[in-house]
Design a protein around this ligand. Sequence first.
Ligand SMILES: [Fe+2]
Length: 268
Amino acid sequence: MKFIHVSDLHLLPEGEELWGIDPFARLEACLGDIARFHGDAAFVVISGDLTEKGEIHAYSRLKALLSDFPIETHVMLGNHDDRAHFQSVFTEVPSDGKGFVQSSITRGGSRFLFLDTLKGPPSSAGLYCDDRKAWLKAEFAAGGNLPTYLFMHHPPFGIAHDLMDLIMLHDGEDFLDLLHGHPVRHIFFGHAHRPISGQIRGVSFSAPPSLVHQLPLVSGSVPTIYSDEPAMYAVVHVSTDKIVVHMDAFLNRRRAQMGVDDDRGPWF
Ligand SMILES: [Fe+2]
């Protein structure tokens, strides 16, 4: 099964730019690339920071754009989002019965859980409160032994980044304890604005960069807090014994400095 992971759109109302970037144009280019080259993907997940400031008009633009997008898409919340504003526009997106934007799907014999880690202003950190934990426990119970993949905006552990580790999921250790004994195969997250992969307590994880500004790996390596580095989306292949995550810098994909008929020789 193949699916797509996109994160951190930071959309703004029409006519507004974010530090020289039009986030809506970035998203249009991203979705166009996905539709062109990955039309066979089972679904797309956008793991939060859908908007920069949580404006209703930004959500309306996103909803309008997705209405013409041919692949099933699941949208989630991040710390830049406004839950009430989101829910006023995306009225069809399910909540967990407690008002949080959490849902699950089963595809190809696997479970995919979309978590809501939004804590709310003034904090940029994430929160997974008791009500949300209760939903997750019920989902684990409902899923039984089916392979399970988690999507969440905030990583529930430090990622060895001085700024980002200040605003990770609050009480990540508690969250990770919840996963113990359940068939969680991989955690997909956003928030970091960097391409990241690794493993925590035996569970693999990955995160794509933002579609807009990025966070330099080393603070101070550029004079600004954020950096201009390639936007990417992740193309994920999962099977019984394997998970492969590709990061594609779709805006930086250009032909090589070679003729189209140049012989590459015996080596690739
Ligand atoms: Fe973000």
